[in-house]
Design a protein around this ligand. Structure first.
Ligand SMILES: CC(C)(COP(=O)(O)OP(=O)(O)OC[C@H]1O[C@@H](n2cnc3c(N)ncnc32)[C@H](O)[C@@H]1OP(=O)(O)O)[C@@H](O)C(=O)NCCC(=O)NCCS
Length: 180
């Protein structure tokens, strides 16, 4: 565990303050031999848009600590325009959870599709990019409350899966595990 740099209590921030939107046109270099966007390129853009959002919320350098399950629900084709929308759902001590959704349409703005979504976790780093640093809390609107509350459960699951906590110590998820 790294040494955490604790700053004085940070002022809570709204989700809208760091919402980040990125648009890309799918070019030949981005596609596989079937003319569809390579999944890895999409994951790269998702990481970038989420990192920008996390950096804005935390007002610091950030590193990707975890990425939750990503599935590709709808293909994205050569010539499509994609829009990635990233928002912070919740801040913990030195980490934040970012929710990203990816939408696609053709160049004429037709055939709109929601292609995938994911949760990314970033850790804020001090100015020397060495130690984690505390982050501002999130002030959710009532429409953002569901994602905010779910974030604590998703974080616990991530910490179990990465071996950082034991399932028996997961206070929020205990009810979902029958063998503890
Ligand atoms: C992420 C990293 C800074 C955490 O360092 P650490 O020494 O484990 O620091 P800590 O134990 O103090 O944890 C810091 C925060 O990271 C969170 N964290 C660490 N690993 C996590 C994981 N797998 N999933 C979710 N959160 C995680 C901790 O819960 C803690 O959050 P909190 O303060 O909000 O509770 C460190 O593991 C690292 O630098 N990883 C490489 C990051 C990187 O290079 N990313 C790019 C991918 S190539």
């Amino acid at each position: 565990m790294a040494k955490t740099t604790t700053k004085p209590p940070r002022t809570p921030k709204k989700v809208a303050d760091s919402k980040t939107v990125m648009t890309e046109l799918i070019m030949p270099n981005d596609t596989n031999p079937m003319g569809k966007l390579m999944g890895g390129y999409l994951m790269r853009w998702m990481d970038i848009v989420c990192a920008i959002c996390a950096g804005k919320h935390c007002e610091s350098h950030v590193v990707t600590a975890a990425v939750d399950h990503i599935s590709f629900q709808n293909p994205i084709y050569l010539g499509d325009v994609i829009t990635l929308e990233a928002s912070v759902t919740r801040a913990f001590n030195t980490s934040v959870e970012i929710f990203v959704e990816v939408f696609a349409n053709n160049i004429k703005g037709q055939q709109p599709r929601r292609c995938n979504h994911a949760y990314f976790t970033f850790v804020a780093m001090d100015d020397k990019k060495k130690n984690p640093v505390s982050v501002p809390p999130v002030l959710p609107l009532s429409s953002e409350q569901q994602l905010y509350e779910g974030a604590a459960r998703r974080r616990e699951l991530r910490l179990i899966l990465s071996g950082r906590i034991k399932a028996k110590d997961a206070t929020l998820l205990r009810q979902y595990f029958t063998d503890i």
